[in-house]
Design a protein around this ligand. Structure first.
Ligand code: CO8
Length: 264
C-alpha cells in the first residue's frame, strides 16, 4: 500500500491537508507532490468544502524540494520536476476556494514556494522562511522567482533569493510574506477560525473575488477593472446575492445555498 504522505481531514466545511513526512522535514518528493495534487483535486470536487487549510506535521511546514531526489537529475528530468511542482502549485493557487497556509515551522525553498501559492499565510512565531536554493547551485524551481517578487517586491525578492538567507517569522510578516503570526499552539485554531469566518460568507462570491484578485493581478488596470465589472455582474446570476441582500433587509443571518465545486 502507498505510504500516506498527505493526511486529509474535514473540520466542518474546512478541509485540512497536513504534509506528513516529518522524518525528512516534509521535503517534497514526487510522491508527496502527486498525493498533494490528488488531495487538492478531491477538495476542488467536494461541494461541502469551502476553505482549504494546508499545514505540515512536526517541526517543519516544508523544508524544500527533496534534495536527495534532485541530486541525480539530468536537465530534462530537472525541467520535468520543476514543471510538475509548478503545475501542482498552480492548481492550488487556482482552486476556486480560499487556501490558508498555516506555516508551523520551516518554509524553505519549495516550502516557501508552496506557502506562496496559498491565498493567505498565517505562521507560528517559530516559523522560518527562505529561498536557499542558490547555496545548492540551483534557483527556485517551483515558481518562487515569480511569486516572491509579486508578493514582497522585486528588490526584497532579489535580496532573499540571491543571499539564500533564512529569515524569522517576524521579518517575513514585516515584508508582507506572512499575514499574521501566532504562538505555535494557537496557529491551527486561528487558521480554522479564519476559515470558518470565510465559510460563513457566500462561497460563490468568495470564489469570484478570488478570481478577480488573482487574474486581475496579471492584467493592466483597465482590463482588471473590466474583469471586476463582469464578475460583479455574475454575482447577480446566482441565489446568493438575492439571499444576502434580502437577509440584510430582513435583519436575519443569510443562508447561502450556491455551491462551488469542480476545477476552475
Ligand atoms: N530534502 C531532503 N531531505 C531533507 C530536506 C530537503 N529539502 N530538508 C531536511 N531534510 C532531511 C535531512 O536530510 C534529515 O534527514 P536524516 O535524518 O536522514 O539525515 C532530516 O530531514 C532532518 O533534517 P536536519 O537533521 O537537517 O534538521 P535540522 O533541524 O538540523 O535542520 C534545516 C533543519 C535547517 C531545515 C535543514 O534540514 C536544511 O537546511 N534543510 C534543507 C533546506 C533547503 O535547502 N531547502 C531548499 C531545497 S531546494 C528547493 O526546495 C528547490 C525547489 C524547486 C525545485 C525545482 C525542481 C527541479
Amino acid at each position: 500500500m502507498e505510504t500516506q504522505l498527505i493526511e486529509e481531514r474535514r473540520e466542518g466545511t474546512t478541509a485540512v491537508l497536513t504534509i506528513n513526512r516529518p522524518q525528512a522535514l516534509n521535503a517534497l518528493n514526487t510522491a508527496v507532490l502527486r498525493q498533494l495534487d490528488e488531495a487538492v483535486a478531491r477538495v476542488a470536487d467536494d461541494a461541502a468544502v469551502r476553505v482549504l487549510v494546508l499545514t505540515g506535521a512536526g517541526k517543519a511546514f516544508v523544508a524544500g524540494a527533496d534534495i536527495a531526489e534532485m541530486a541525480t537529475l539530468d536537465p530534462i528530468q530537472a525541467r520535468a520536476f520543476s514543471a510538475f511542482g509548478a503545475r501542482v502549485f498552480r492548481a492550488l493557487e487556482l482552486l476556486d476556494k480560499p487556501v490558508i497556509a498555516a506555516v508551523n515551522g520551516f518554509a524553505l525553498g519549495g516550502g516557501c514556494e508552496l506557502a506562496m501559492a496559498a491565498d493567505i499565510r498565517l505562521a507560528s512565531q517559530k516559523a522560518k522562511f527562505g529561498q536557499p536554493e542558490v547555496g545548492l547551485g540551483i534557483i527556485p524551481g517551483f515558481s518562487g522567482t515569480q511569486r516572491l517578487a509579486r508578493l514582497v517586491g522585486i528588490a526584497k525578492a532579489k535580496e532573499l533569493i540571491y543571499s539564500g538567507k533564512i529569515i524569522p517569522a517576524a521579518e517575513a510578516a514585516a515584508i508582507g510574506l506572512v499575514n499574521q503570526l501566532y504562538e505555535p499552539e494557537e496557529l491551527l485554531p486561528a487558521a480554522l477560525e479564519l476559515a470558518a469566518q470565510i465559510a460563513a460568507q457566500s462561497p460563490a462570491a468568495v470564489a469570484l473575488a478570488k478570481t478577480a484578485i488573482g487574474r486581475g493581478a496579471d492584467l493592466a488596470i483597465e482590463a482588471g477593472i473590466e474583469l471586476e465589472n463582469d464578475l460583479f455582474a455574475l454575482c447577480f446570476a446566482g441565489p446568493d446575492q438575492r439571499e444576502g441582500m434580502t437577509a440584510f433587509r430582513e435583519k436575519r443571518p443569510a443562508v447561502f445555498t450556491a455551491t462551488v465545486a469542480g476545477k476552475s
